[in-house]
Design a protein around this ligand. Structure first.
Ligand code: SF4
Length: 422
């Protein structure tokens, strides 16, 4: 429990609502959870996501908006493709399901498609999905197609609601069906997009494992590699359905997400519990943008920046492509000169050397700021700087190194490996 500004105790959910202010709650989706799992050490993202804060709006008010998320074009293309799959009683979708999951052939009784109350609130929809999943799993002979089920996953003590495209339940198990709009050309798809889809599907599998454990009244296994065999458990192989060769005709491929599942489960388990994050906040902190009647934010950016900076971040260059606050956190990392701006690999190599300035000083032979396990890194930096200086000295007259005589400044320049500008 926290104590509010008025001296009353309040629950974590009330405090999270206070942090969000009057803005509508942004719910966590599988894509966001997969990104959160990729950087479990970032308390800032964990807290803002738990509170349902619109991070894109916060980044905009801070003056560093990020062009982030799916393009409207990709969203429209995906919606059109999915609608096409579901026309005429799911005719186009059933064809790959027959081929890959063994659904009865055309002409036999089609799978049952229960009503999942899509207009209800996420909590009601999640309860309805649990009920339908339990009933479908109890009849091993039946085939059931769940169109846009709603799953609940508890992450660091707060609930997230997730919506896979479809689930097929048969033989007491279920299979996640993920519909994507990127094309499969001559049997090959973009590996980066397939990888992102696999990470997203792994979050659904994790939520289904939690649901199956709750339905069975047992605790979900903490072992990231454990295979679950409870009624309604998900298969670790999901079915990815994509357009074939720029048409709206589908093609499908099974994707084994065991590795992504283990990583996601391990990383999400490392997230700090939301109560702990709230307890560490300075009193009165809020991320409310104080929108006026037209919806425009009125909160002074400096005040908002102070609130954001009250929560420790764990910036790495990956943040630029995975988090709406990427540009803001990068600017902050550059201002403070921390080595995190150079990436996790460099950060690990530098040991106790925490700033770019200390690394440059170590390369120049000064070790005053470095102690403990930074000694080795400092020696390596000084050695590398010496080798570089020797190599530059041996160059013929008139040829010089690209970055001039100061060897280390080129390697640890302020712009970092992800380039300058935004
Ligand atoms: S951009 Fe900032 S808030 Fe987002 S994950 Fe990176 S460090 Fe955390």
């Amino acid at each position: 429990m926290n104590v509010s500004l008025f001296g009353q105790t309040e629950s974590p959910l009330q405090r999270l609502a206070e942090l969000r202010g009057r803005a509508p709650q942004r719910s966590l989706d599988a894509r966001a959870l997969a990104a959160l799992a990729a950087n479990p050490g970032c308390r800032r993202r964990a807290l803002l996501d738990a509170a349902g804060v619109d991070k894109a709006a916060v980044a905009g008010r801070l003056g560093r908006p990020a062009p982030f998320g799916q393009s409207p074009f990709a969203i429209t293309r995906g919606n059109v493709f999915e609608a096409r799959l579901k026309e005429d009683g799911y005719a186009a979708l059933l064809e790959p399901l027959r081929r890959h999951l063994g659904l009865p052939p055309e002409g036999a009784e089609p799978p049952a498609v229960p009503d999942l109350l899509r207009r209800a609130t996420p909590a009601v929809r999640a309860e309805r999905t649990r009920q339908v999943l339990a009933e479908a799993a109890a009849d091993p002979a039946a085939w059931t197609l769940l169109d846009h089920p709603m799953l609940r996953l508890t992450v660091a003590g707060s609930p997230a609601y997730l919506e896979p495209d479809a689930l097929v339940v048969h033989g007491g198990r279920c299979t996640v069906v993920e519909i994507k709009s990127f094309p499969v050309l001559d049997g090959t798809a973009d590996p980066a997009k397939v990888g992102a889809a696999a990470r997203q599907a792994a979050v659904y599998v994790l939520a289904l494992q939690q649901t199956a454990a709750e339905l069975a009244g047992v605790a979900a296994s903490a072992d990231p590699y454990a295979e679950q065999a409870l009624p309604g458990s998900p298969e670790p192989v999901v079915l990815l359905v994509c357009p074939r060769d720029f048409t709206n005709r589908p093609t499908a491929a099974p994707v084994d997400v065991r590795r992504e599942l283990a990583t996601t489960r391990r990383q999400l388990a490392r997230l700090t519990r939301v109560e702990e994050l709230l307890a560490a906040l300075p009193p009165g902190t809020t991320f409310d943008l104080e929108a006026d009647d037209s919806g425009a934010p009125t909160r002074p950016p400096q005040e908002l920046a102070a609130a954001v900076e009250a929560v420790p971040a764990a910036y790495s260059p990956d943040c630029i492509s995975t988090c709406e606050l990427g540009f803001h956190c990068r600017a902050q990392a550059r201002c403070s000169g921390v080595v995190e701006q150079l990436g996790r690999g460099v950060r690990g190599e530098l040991g106790a050397i925490r700033t770019v300035g200390a690394a440059l000083a170590a390369a120049a032979g000064a070790t005053g700021d470095v102690d403990g396990d930074g000694d080795d890194a400092a020696e390596r930096l000084a050695y590398a700087a010496g080798l570089r200086a020797e190599a530059l000295a041996a160059l013929p007259a008139g040829v010089s190194g690209a970055s001039g005589a100061s060897g280390a400044s080129g390697a640890f320049g302020a712009s970092g490996p992800d380039g300058g500008g935004r």
